[in-house]
Write a protein that binds this ligand. Structure first.
Ligand SMILES: Nc1nc2c(ncn2[C@@H]2O[C@H](COP(=O)(O)OP(=O)(O)OP(=O)(O)O)[C@@H](O)[C@H]2O)c(=O)[nH]1
Ligand SMILES: [Mg+2]
Length: 309
């Protein structure tokens, strides 16, 4: 079947038609600047998990957006950080470096409130020849917009960005302008994915992520970082997905915190995760979640590999 974008997908420009562009866009930045929120806003649907806690994202995840003029293959990455050293963080930073090694365009996300040392470290990862666009996010929080001008000038000094675009991922401000600038930086190419593809990740992965997101949102500062999620079984029965998952924590006490009084907290986590899954998968979900203690999972290379890090 021919789709709407088909007429534009040739890399060779016809007279008067702008050439079709396609490529990988790595979304990078320090933790909590809003990379995943921005990815979801660009896609127009919730794919990547977000929370107000740093290092929510732990895996590379691709979000594909196909428009008549371009196909953007966005790659969301973990927040790059050098503050807390651990085996898990080493793997997260490795994922960022790897994503940057394979891109056509780097989309550096900065917080409009300030540029700090952590941002400069991420900028330091950009190879000299990679095209980079800067998105200055959270401008909805900047009351005095005139303060943005010196900020933009400061950012322009840090790297030869092809464009610097102030945006608000939360409010959806200036996203069209951002996409235009990214498209300009993409190479001329046919599309690499079918028009309807949303991601390279399967539903199993997304199910585990949605559970992890609720843990990040519903628990305090400690437990989310001691937690990972595994999917034990995932079966499709008609339009019903029957999912059994296990949340692993490092210590016994964390198990109790996750469960909450009479299991109330775990119930809330599972029911909110299920709602997100039903929305994205477009069908009913039966979800059962167990909690198990697995000491030192984040420090063991074997466990990290087992959990897909
Ligand atoms: N006010 C405001 N808040 C935002 C905006 N974008 C993101 N946030 C908030 O910033 C916090 C972090 O957002 P995430 O998208 O999880 O950030 P991230 O960069 O992916 O974080 P990590 O994956 O942990 O590195 C969340 O509480 C978001 O709601 C924005 O444009 N405006
Ligand atoms: Mg994220």
């Amino acid at each position: 079947m021919r789709d709407k974008g088909e007429a534009h997908t040739s890399g060779v420009p016809e007279s008067g038609t702008p050439p079709f562009r396609c490529g990988h866009v790595a979304i990078v930045g320090r933790p909590s600047v809003g990379k995943s929120t921005l990815l979801n806003a660009l896609l127009g649907q919730k794919l990547s998990i977000t929370s107000n806690k740093p290092q929510t994202t732990r895996h590379r995840i691709t979000g594909i957006l196909t428009e008549p003029r371009a196909q953007f293959i966005f790659v969301d990455t973990p927040g790059f950080q050098t503050l807390h050293r651990s085996r898990l963080n080493e793997r997260l930073n490795h994922a960022v470096r790897q994503a940057l090694a394979e891109v056509d365009v780097a989309l550096l996300v900065l917080d409009a409130a300030l540029v700090n040392k952590a941002d400069r470290e991420v900028i330091g990862l950009l190879a000299g020849d990679v095209r980079a666009v800067a998105a200055i996010n959270k401008i909805d929080l900047v009351k005095d917009k005139s303060a943005l001008l010196p900020y933009l000038a400061e950012v322009a000094q840090l790297h030869p960005f092809t464009a610097i675009v102030p945006v608000s991922a939360k409010k959806g401000t200036q996203l069209a302008a951002l996409k235009t600038e990214i498209a300009k930086a993409l190479p001329q190419s046919d599309r690499l994915y079918p028009v309807d593809d949303l991601t390279d990740r399967d539903e199993r992965f997304l199910a585990a992520e949605f559970i992890r997101e609720k843990i990040f949102r519903l628990l305090g500062e400690e437990v989310p970082y001691a937690t990972t999620v595994g999917i034990d079984s995932f079966a499709l029965e008609g339009d019903l997905r029957r999912i059994h998952a296990t949340v692993y924590v490092a210590k016994t006490g964390q198990r109790g915190m996750l469960l909450g009084e009479n299991g109330a907290r775990m119930k809330a986590i599972a029911s909110q995760a299920r709602a997100d899954m039903e929305r994205l998968f477009g069908g009913r979900v039966f979800l059962e979640v167990w909690v198990k203690v697995k000491p030192k999972w984040a420090e063991s290379e074997m466990s990290l590999t087992q959990f897909g890090y």
